[in-house]
Design a protein around this ligand. Structure first.
Ligand code: BDR
Ligand code: CA
Length: 343
């Protein structure tokens, strides 16, 4: 079986670390590089967290981990250390010391993305589990190279559900909404795994403990250690003693399309300012012309000038290219995730 050449672009983060484990353990992906963007915590710490996780999975790996942007394209950083722990990995630095910064790739992550895009072109998949900053920067530096890639998967957004960092915004979309809007409107095929689907994939503390007891392993011990503080957050916040597998689900959807229960093609608009910053809007009306052929026909009778205005909102014009995952088989995903991560 040919493995899919892939870049993981992320801001580790506890669930990003779980996504790394899933991607490296999967036999379906050939991870060419892990590129980092500041997000959950600062850029250097995120990069060290990625490297630390990769060393646990395979101490002999030769995959470059490269730092990209430390801050969003046009605004100040917003962090989530209170959720992921001050080190972004549940405060495990004493047990699992940071690697050295000198072990990171010297090349900038954005350049690594572009070189990999040029090398693998239509075969390359990029899975992003943080703000879309690095991808937006790569697009603005060499749009042609980025236009040639196969697909971008992104964990981000909240569609038919509420946000997690504001009433309407999901964290990755909220952190860099300008980048999100730029990448989404660029036109490369994109699959977006938002909170709607992620909240269908809860992993309880007890389940982790059972898995670790059943099959003690270095990876299992690491997962248990890094998820403790993250699960404390959900216990306090919503009385759920566990966590949601946001970022691993983006990897899961890329490797196991059969876990998808409901997806729709949409134009996604990201609100860049004001009270709705980071909100990801899709057209959920029954009269959405792209889901309802009768309404598309009606649109063809609208006056040209008005139609132009509607085009800007994606209600008319170019058909949508963003596949929004609205529902997944959480049990199936969790079973496979546990098999791979805990052995
Ligand atoms: C996203 O926010 C981050 O804190 C997580 O790592 C995940 O990528 C979920 O909203
Ligand atoms: Ca993340």
């Amino acid at each position: 079986m040919n493995r899919i050449p892939v870049i993981l672009d992320m801001d580790p983060g506890v669930d990003d670390a779980l996504a790394i484990i899933l991607a490296l353990k999967s036999k379906m992906l050939d991870v060419k590089a892990v590129t980092i963007c500041g997000g959950n915590v600062g850029l250097d710490q995120c990069a060290l967290n990625a490297l630390k996780t990769m060393m646990i999975v395979d101490p002999n790996h030769r995959i470059p981990v490269a730092r990209g942007s430390s801050r969003p394209v046009r605004r100040s950083p917003f962090r989530a250390g209170g959720i992921h722990g001050p080190d972004g990995l549940g405060g495990v630095q004493d047990t699992y010391p940071d690697p050295l910064l000198s072990e990171l790739a010297a090349e900038n992550g954005v350049d690594i993305i572009l070189n990999t895009a040029r090398r693998w072109t239509k075969d390359l998949v990029i899975i992003v589990t943080g703000p879309l900053t690095n991808i937006a920067l790569a697009i603005s530096k060499d749009p042609e190279a980025m236009r040639a890639i196969k697909e971008i998967f992104w964990m981000g957004g909240a569609f038919a559900t509420t946000g997690n960092i504001t009433p309407v915004a999901e964290f990755n979309a909220f952190c860099d909404p300008d980048a999100a809007q730029e990448v989404i409107s660029f036109g490369v095929p994109m699959t977006v795994v938002g909170l709607d689907a992620c909240m269908q994939c809860p992993l309880g503390r007890e389940e982790i403990e059972q898995e670790v007891t059943r099959n003690p392993s270095d990876i299992g011990a690491f997962v248990k250690a890094i998820t403790g503080m993250y699960m404390d957050f959900y216990r306090r916040q919503e009385n759920f003693d566990g966590c949601y597998l946001h970022d691993p689900l983006a990897v899961g959807v890329a490797i196991w399309p059969d876990i998808i229960i409901k997806s729709e093609l949409h134009h996604v608009n990201v609100v860049t300012d004001g009270a709705a910053q980071g909100m990801t809007i899709i057209d959920r009306r029954p009269r959405n012309p792209w889901l309802n052929p009768t309404c598309l026909e009606v649109l063809s009778r609208i006056d040209g000038a008005d139609l132009n205005i509607l085009r800007e909102f994606g209600v008319a014009g170019i058909p949508p290219h963003v596949k929004v995952i609205l529902s997944v088989n959480g049990d199936l995903f969790l079973r496979r995730f546990k098999e791979l991560c805990f052995g």
